[in-house]
Design a protein around this ligand. Structure first.
Ligand code: F6P
Length: 524
């Protein structure tokens, strides 16, 4: 068997032969068949990646060398692949795919419990607003999904979110609401998160001020730490559990999505789960050659490890998917932003920086850099074909812009064409020599275009599960544990010390931090 590092050098050799994306369409007649893949309402077009058919074959061999098939089986079987925390990783089980019978039973019971609870709230009609408190994985997924579901499903509640410890977050979330008709849902896997506990305290005070002891009825928790939630003062029968085998950033499918079930109805949420389940079975069963998460992960490995790109831009051409870049920042960077592999050996060239914004807005901000800056970045374009806003002219323009950008990134504009244009306008040779290079677009910049037939709950489920599995595959290739996040701990500990320092004797710090603390002490 070839060692995977040898595969990298094989891939590097292929890359040094120079790949011109636009030419690949001419020399590879079956390119569209081999690089366009679909599952249900989702299509992924990888043909504008700088990967030849030979490159694709070599990348698939890399995945085989890394034993991706075995890892995938272990993942779906519920083996404890999160070794540093000694936990299984079973978010697909929340959608009904994988895990033991016991796990599936737990999930089914919880789904029934959640559905009943959501239906009851919706029937009662006393609740008008839902305030969802949580941060990171307990916030980003529900926010993204809330925005996106609004395309197809009526939100029957005033659904608000409070995540940041900045007082503006909870102030804005509670502003103008009536405590009596507001349900506060506190979501925290650990129930130890500072931001969430402070916001939950503030919301509870706000409820109690008006409702007194009855406030407890409007206060609900979702947590994998039942004891922590009870100790915080939440009534036992108001706590919804999830399990340690659900990572925070993979948890929107669990009770973490309760606010969504209430606001949009359990049927829409079930459809969302079913969409993800379809992507799970596709990932589990499709051959690597036509497996969308596998191809997406391998294209990312090629761009990161072989072509040396340091970031990946995510550009949803859909206002209702505008939270996708932020959601994927956590999903990808918290999962694979690692410097040590599973065996404790230093590794580099793992997860690129994930960034982006909605199109077309980004075109008027950072697309200049994407087209002409160095080194540029690969782009994932995400577009929805159906016009759910019932504004056909706007939608056509939105899609035209999306498709134009990927074409422009690939084709560029050669200098000789720019020179011809400048000559035709009568400019002199000196001016043309200076300006033509500046107006030239190098092109050959890679992108993937993902289209959804419609922004239905099912299509959204497909999309999010696709990225989850992509992250899993890259973790296997890079041999990192995608399911822990030790890198977030140090700052949390120091923040606690500094918070204490504000109110008392200052502990030992470097001069810069001391000065900052002193400025705050003077302020108060
Ligand atoms: O600090 C990072 C993190 O632990 C994330 O992994 C997690 O999604 C977020 O904080 C919130 O954690 P919790 O759900 O336990 O409050």
């Amino acid at each position: 068997m070839t060692h995977f590092r040898d595969r990298f050098s094989e891939l590097e050799t292929l890359a040094t032969q120079g790949v011109v994306i636009a030419d690949l369409f001419k020399i590879e007649p079956g390119r569209m068949d081999n690089f366009l893949m679909h599952e249900g309402p989702l299509r992924a077009d990888f043909s504008k990646q700088a990967i030849s058919q030979q490159g694709k074959d070599a990348l698939i061999n890399l995945a085989r060398d890394r034993r991706l098939g075995d890892w995938r089986s272990r993942f779906f079987a519920g083996e404890k692949i999160n070794i540093s925390e000694d936990r299984a990783v079973l978010h697909p089980a929340l959608r009904g795919v994988g895990g033991s019978e016991g796990v599936q039973k737990q999930v089914t019971e919880m789904r029934t419990h959640l559905r009943r609870f959501a239906r009851k709230i919706r029937r009662d009609k006393t609740c008008k607003s839902v305030v969802h408190i949580g941060i990171g994985g307990s916030d980003l997924g529900p926010r993204l999904v809330a925005d996106a579901l609004a395309a197809s499903t009526t939100c029957e509640y005033d659904l608000r979110f409070a995540e940041n410890v900045d007082g503006a977050s909870i102030n804005d979330a509670l502003d103008g609401l009536e405590p009596e008709s507001t349900l506060v849902v506190v979501v925290s896997k650990s129930f130890t998160t500072q931001e969430t506990r402070m916001n939950a305290n503030a919301a509870r005070d706000w409820l109690r001020k008006d409702l007194g002891e009855k406030a407890a009825n409007n206060f609900i928790a979702v947590s994998a730490n039942r004891e922590g939630a009870i100790e915080f003062g939440i009534a036992e029968d108001q706590i919804f559990d999830f399990w340690d085998w659900v990572g925070g950033r993979y948890s929107v499918w669990s009770a973490v999505g309760l606010s969504l079930q209430i606001a949009f109805g359990p049927d829409a949420f079930d459809e969302f789960l079913a969409g993800a389940a379809a992507m799970d079975t596709h990932f589990r069963d499709a051959p690597f050659e036509s497996n969308i998460p596998v191809m997406m992960a391998l294209a990312g490995v090629w761009n990161r490890n072989i072509l040396g790109y340091t970031s990946l831009a995510i550009i949803p051409y859909s206002r209702r998917l505008r939270k996708l870049p932020a959601f994927l920042q956590q999903l990808e960077m918290e999962s694979n932003g690692k410097r040590m592999d599973r065996d404790g050996t230093a590794t580099d060239l793992t997860c690129p920086v994930i960034w982006g914004d909605e199109g077309t807005n980004g075109q008027h901000a950072f697309f200049q850099w994407l087209h002409q800056g160095t080194p540029g970045a690969p782009v994932d374009f995400v577009a929805v074909l159906e016009d759910h806003e019932k504004r056909p002219d706007h939608h056509a323009a939105l899609l035209a812009n999306c498709f134009a950008q990927s074409e422009a990134l690939m084709l560029g504009k050669p200098e000789h064409k720019v020179r011809e244009e400048l000559e035709a306008r009568g400019h002199n040779v000196d001016f043309i020599s200076r300006i033509a290079p500046q107006k030239t677009f190098p092109g050959n910049r890679p992108s993937t275009t993902i289209t959804l037939d419609e922004l239905s709950p099912s299509a959204l489920g497909h999309l999010i599960a696709l990225y989850e599995h992509k992250v899993f595959v890259q973790g296997v290739i890079w041999n990192v544990n995608s399911f822990d996040q030790w890198g977030v701990e140090l700052g949390k500990v120091l923040a606690k010390t500094i918070l204490k320092d504000f109110g008392g004797e200052v502990s030992d710090h470097d001069p810069s931090t001391l000065l900052l603390i002193e400025m705050v002490k003077q302020e108060y």
